[in-house]
Design a protein around this ligand. Structure first.
Ligand SMILES: Nc1ncnc2c1ncn2[C@@H]1O[C@H](COP(=O)(O)OP(=O)(O)OP(=O)(O)O)[C@@H](O)[C@H]1O
Length: 222
């Protein structure tokens, strides 16, 4: 198994909530879906993997490297796509890309220009003036431009129009061929069923195993 992300005995928590004993490994080239009711802990888990200020206990390995010890290089290879991503609100997207690209060693300006053009992103608009869908488009283009190997997508597709949703999953499918891996959450059962290869359910503060059969996973959910 060519593991891109592995969690070993991980505990994530915030002031009111704890998810313990999380163990899973994601193989490269697949889409993994996390399912769970509102408040189940999906975002807490994803934020803890990506953001330094969401500490966890246990080991999180990216391509075998401990994230805590190799944060800078690992973050270069992860695209985090959600409302929580941190572009600067009162700067244009062009300025945001200029500033943020400095932190990404593999940022490819040509891919950025090609993707933003393809997705119809107006780079002169301030980030805060984008609609929710436009923000997600910009984040996705940015992640592809810095050659992310893992996309963590927290409710990224919520509220997207049908055309962009299809475009987004088409881009993901193309990326999978080159070894991209995606870990996503969504509340849209049909969408997650159509676009995800493995599913895991968080229920009663426990994360179940990733399974190929969504019906089986969903039995635990409903
Ligand atoms: N910063 C925080 N401080 C305190 N409690 C928090 C914080 N963030 C989340 N929580 C609580 O932790 C629990 C898990 O929340 P989380 O956002 O991870 O769930 P979720 O599965 O992503 O939910 P949703 O599907 O509604 O987005 C909830 O009870 C929530 O109220």
């Amino acid at each position: 198994m060519n593991k891109i992300l592995e969690l070993k005995n991980v505990t994530v928590k915030n002031k009111k909530f704890k998810l313990e004993n999380i163990n899973f490994a994601l193989e490269k080239g697949y889409v993994y879906g996390l399912v769970g009711k509102n408040g189940a802990g999906k975002s807490t888990l994803l934020k803890s993997i990506y953001f330094e200020n969401w500490p966890y206990k246990g080991d999180v390995l990216f391509s075998g490297f401990d994230i805590k010890k190799n944060r800078r290089s690992v973050i270069n290879k992860i695209g985090y796509i959600s409302e929580d991503f941190y572009f600067i609100d009162d700067r244009s997207m062009a300025e945001n890309a200029r500033l943020f690209s400095m932190a990404y060693s593999d940022f490819d300006k040509e891919i950025w220009e090609e993707m933003t053009k393809k997705l119809g992103i107006n780079l002169n608009t301030n980030y805060m003036d984008y609609s929710r869908g436009e923000k997600i488009k910009a984040q996705l283009a940015f992640a592809f431009a810095h050659k992310a190997e893992l996309l963590i997508m927290d409710e990224a597709s919520a509220g997207l129009d049908a055309v962009f949703k299809k475009e987004m999953y088409d881009l993901i499918r193309e990326g999978l061929v080159d070894g991209l891996t995606v870990l996503l959450t969504s509340h849209d059962y049909e969408e997650i069923k159509r676009n995800t290869d493995f599913f895991a359910v968080i229920k009663d503060r426990v994360l179940g195993e990733f399974k190929e059969n969504i019906e089986e996973a969903a039995n635990e959910y409903f």
